[in-house]
Design a protein around this ligand. Sequence first.
Ligand code: VG1
Ligand code: CO
Length: 544
Amino acid sequence: MDIVTVASRPYSDQRPGTSGLRKTVAHIRQPHYLENFIAATFSCLDGLAGATLVLGGDGRFYNDTAIQTIVKMAVAYDVGRILLGRSGILSTPAASCLIRKNHALAGIILSASHNPGGPDGDFGIKVNVANGGPAPESLTETIYRTSQRLTEYRIARIPDINLDRPGETVIGPTVVNIIDPVADYTDLMASLFDFDAIAALISNPGFSMRFDAMHAVTGPYAREIFINRLGAPSEVVLNGTPQPDFGGHHPDPNLVHARALVAMTQGDDGLDFAAASDGDGDRNMILGKNCFVNPSDSLAIITANADAVIGYRDRVRGVARSMPTSLAAQRVAEKQGIHHYETPTGWKYFGNLLDAGEITFCGEESFGTGSDHVREKDGLWAVLFWLNLLAVKKCSVAELLYRHWQEYGRHYYSRHDYEGIPRTNADTLIEQLRGKLAQLPGSRFGSRQITLADDFSYTDPIDGSVSHHQGIRILFSDGCRIVYRLSGTGTSGATLRVYLEQFEDNPQKLQLDSQQALVELIRIADEIAGIRKHTGYPRPSVVT
Ligand code: VG1
Ligand code: CO
């Protein structure tokens, strides 16, 4: 076995963001860039020699090239076994499932999630740890510091392996095991949900549905689950073949990027149910006939109705939501007497709470929902949860939603993104806002008064670790909230996210258009932060 040590020089920008290291493909393809980050990661994983590593990605451009490099490095770093998804494919939740099931030490998931792919698109590297979840900030910071001192890495000089041929190959100290990426995940889903009830719903001629895989990783998973296991006709899965450039689209399941699917739910003969997932299969969008389920509401409805689903009956301990996510789930937790936690943005902050059994469900406003079945958000899981609810409750998506609002009130909610603004403008906006925070409490805006204005900090209740600067929150006397933060997943310029929330429990006012309901708060958000002035944008580039 020819293992060589290659001299390298550190790159200064290998600090992982909200969800892994995310860069343009061109950036990742710089000499030694990928190798450096993998070497830094490997040297920070205690006990790597002889251990099991899960490896796969969302199939985007450069996925297979990067996998070949990582396999050769894993051999050089004495990894004992690599569990590799066939053709390099693993959805993020399936990778999490495999890490847990096989007691792997870690996983590497190659994905830039919902960001576009292709030679001119984005690429990403996510590192997961032994619980199946994203590496905690303590580890990503150590990897980053290591990357800044890196002067060399090791790699085996071996031919590329055939990623399409299942089975085991021994390469020096390492067994490379190419596995079916779909089977274990499908079994896990079958253990949580009532597949017979869902199959009966899907076969009912009065029920129409589509799942849009957006040319991304969930295609093979959706085909196995919906068509092979649940008996749906093949046309139920749209865009089901993963493509390196996602067909030239953003694999981002929201009202903007999944517009064609949304259109299929509109009108009297619109679909009864439609859903979509993102590049790496961890996000979900849920739609009913003429009806969109806001992700914050979805988390609340899943929590409130968990007893209807066999895998969750009588065992719900609590729910956590990322800070910008609406308070709808908290309202359910308070009423049901279960735990509730508010964490920073990013799935890594849920891991400790899930491991400690403090929570059963968790979610984010950014179309992410999940539970303690894995340690990642899980798109198809959420879709199956909703189908299971519809099958048991024998009602439509809209009925489930309206009933929930009637019982708990409605949290009108929207996120406004200002994408691709110059970094300095974004930093100035946030700095000026921070400078004003102390004076804001007590300020009046019409009938509203600010009761709290702070820069959110989080102390993990399990390990005591503290995370600062997790978004600026402005809370008002009537329960409204405005949150401002900068994205940590973009690859060019800066993206400002503004999150708006307003509670309503007047039964006459539960069915307004969200943007209409929030119009005054949107104006106040601009007045406080000078959004238009700093960004130069008259309106947000994406509204969800
Ligand atoms: C965004 C979302 C965040 C999510 C993250 C990763 O981060 O806001 O809620 O956890 O993407 O999602 P940011 O920093 O750009 O706001 V994805 O599906 O990687 O996995
Ligand atoms: Co994703």
